[in-house]
Write a protein that binds this ligand. Structure first.
Ligand SMILES: Cc1cc2nc3c(=O)[nH]c(=O)nc-3n(C[C@H](O)[C@H](O)[C@H](O)COP(=O)(O)OP(=O)(O)OC[C@H]3O[C@@H](n4cnc5c(N)ncnc54)[C@H](O)[C@@H]3O)c2cc1C
Length: 408
């Protein structure tokens, strides 16, 4: 997106990509369907942006979700809006998004060099100097001078897609500070995790996060148990704060409410009705009737782990246990499977209206390499697209201004 917007503004653009094609990460987004963006207006979009959304505001208004969709439609990519204002390509093929963007960049004259890793970027008189490692057709290094460089190397998540953190080194070489990075939108591992839970998905449940015994976040929706622990939409949403707290060595707990739609008295009343139907009472609830009762309250596969976690379960404490299934969280999945990297190039050292470095006016940053990340729901790609578009347009504008100011 940065290359597209710089080329549109009338400068010559080269895009250095270390993979043999563009958009390797895009291709695996949204479970291969690519949740391109979210149609919410800024006021509703901003709360999903971390750590501080104000930094993104100018970029969002420069190239908003609406502008993105208008552009995608113009270049032939049809989209559909699903639940939660999430936008997907109509084809439901993430590859179509990366293909469309790559084709558009090429059509605008962007020169794309594949299998080309940027090793270093250094200041040079009236320019920046990039040292490149090219692996095709022969392994060699080359140096390229550029009037401006936009670093859009991503974070550290899913390094197999190419994002291995080189952008942080480039930023550091210019004196930039990197806000400590950590995996976000990642699975949380409960203590004594019952592996029978793996594969179970729950809908219409609530998950509350406690840090040092204080409630800090409550989310409702869908969650999943995987080999990594608690994830799915709810797990991911609470993971940012949970991982940050684990790194600070704080006590992290989550409480699952299997019946968030019912208050305690309403749930007690529902249990009374179910018990009556089973000809049972709270006092006389044998193992068979208890299991039959649980069948009416949760997915069948969840019953065994629920009973395992509550060995003293009875008719009196059942409602409370259904609303308060508590786990201590002792770990989380790392970058290899985290959707996004929190932390990165400090917002304070970037000019938000241009995505330009305050330390070198030829250096720009865009996307996940910046200390900027979003919740699941299309926010992260929109962050990358908005900051990319702004970085591209500002870099081009600055170059053209500098050229105009120079004697011929
Ligand atoms: C499994 C998964 C699913 C996701 N699903 C969604 C989703 O549905 N919706 C959403 O909004 N977000 C989603 N995200 C997050 C989103 O994909 C990222 O936030 C976004 O791609 C970041 O864009 P970026 O351009 O900053 O970095 P990246 O997409 O990581 O791109 C960085 C590029 O730079 C290249 N590169 C890195 N270093 C160098 C170097 N030194 N030289 C040359 N090239 C280099 C890499 O090869 C890569 O192609 C998902 C992420 C993952 C991992």
């Amino acid at each position: 997106m940065a290359a597209i917007h710089a080329a549109q503004a009338g400068v010559r653009v080269a895009l250095f990509e270390k993979n043999s094609f563009c958009g390797k990460k895009i291709n695996i987004t949204g479970k291969g369907r690519c949740n391109i963006t979210n149609t919410r207006p800024w006021t509703e979009f901003a709360p999903h942006v971390h750590p501080v959304s104000a930094f993104l505001r100018s970029a969002f208004y420069h190239f908003s979700n609406e502008a993105l969709l208008e552009m995608l439609h113009r270049i032939g990519l049809e989209t559909v809006v699903e639940r939660g204002e999430r936008v997907y390509p109509r084809s439901m093929q993430a590859r179509d998004v990366s293909k469309a963007l790559t084709a558009h960049a090429l059509a605008l004259g962007v020169e794309i060099l594949y299998d080309c890793e940027v090793l270093r970027v250094e200041p040079a008189p009236d320019a920046l100097c990039c040292t490149l490692a090219l692996s095709q057709p022969l392994l060699r290094t080359e140096t390229v001078r550029a009037e401006a460089v936009i670093v859009a190397t991503g974070g550290l998540s899913y390094p197999s897609t190419g994002s291995t953190g080189r952008g942080y080194e480039i930023a550091r070489d210019f004196g930039h500070s990197i806000v400590e990075t950590f995996p976000s939108l990642t699975a949380l591992m409960p203590e004594h995790y019952d592996r029978d839970l793996i594969g179970i998905e729950l809908k219409n449940v609530a998950l509350q996060l406690f840090i040092d015994r204080d409630p800090v976040q409550l989310e409702e929706g869908e969650m999943a148990f995987t080999d990594g622990g608690i994830e799915g939409a709810l797990g991911f949403r609470i993971s940012r704060k949970a991982v940050a707290a684990l790194r600070r060595k704080q006590r992290v707990e989550v409480v699952l409410d299997l019946k968030p739609g019912l208050s305690m008295p309403q749930l007690e009343a529902r249990l009374d009705r179910e018990l009556a139907a089973l000809h049972a009472t709270r006092e006389e609830l044998g193992a068979t009737k208890l299991k039959a009762l649980l069948q009416t309250l949760m997915p069948g596969r969840l019953i065994a782990p629920f009973l395992h976690a509550n060995p003293d379960l009875n008719g009196r404490n059942l409602a409370r246990r259904l609303k308060e299934w508590r786990w201590r969280i002792v770990g989380h999945t790392g970058y290899e499977r985290a959707v996004v990297t929190a932390g990165g190039v400090s917002q304070k050292e970037l000019i938000a209206k241009a995505m330009r470095s305050r330390l070198n006016d030829r250096l720009y940053f865009a996307g996940e390499v910046i200390d900027l990340d979003g919740d699941t729901g299309g926010y992260n790609l929109q962050i990358a697209f908005s900051t990319g578009a702004l970085a591209g347009a500002s870099a081009a504008q600055q170059i053209l201004k500098q050229r105009a100011g120079k004697p011929a």
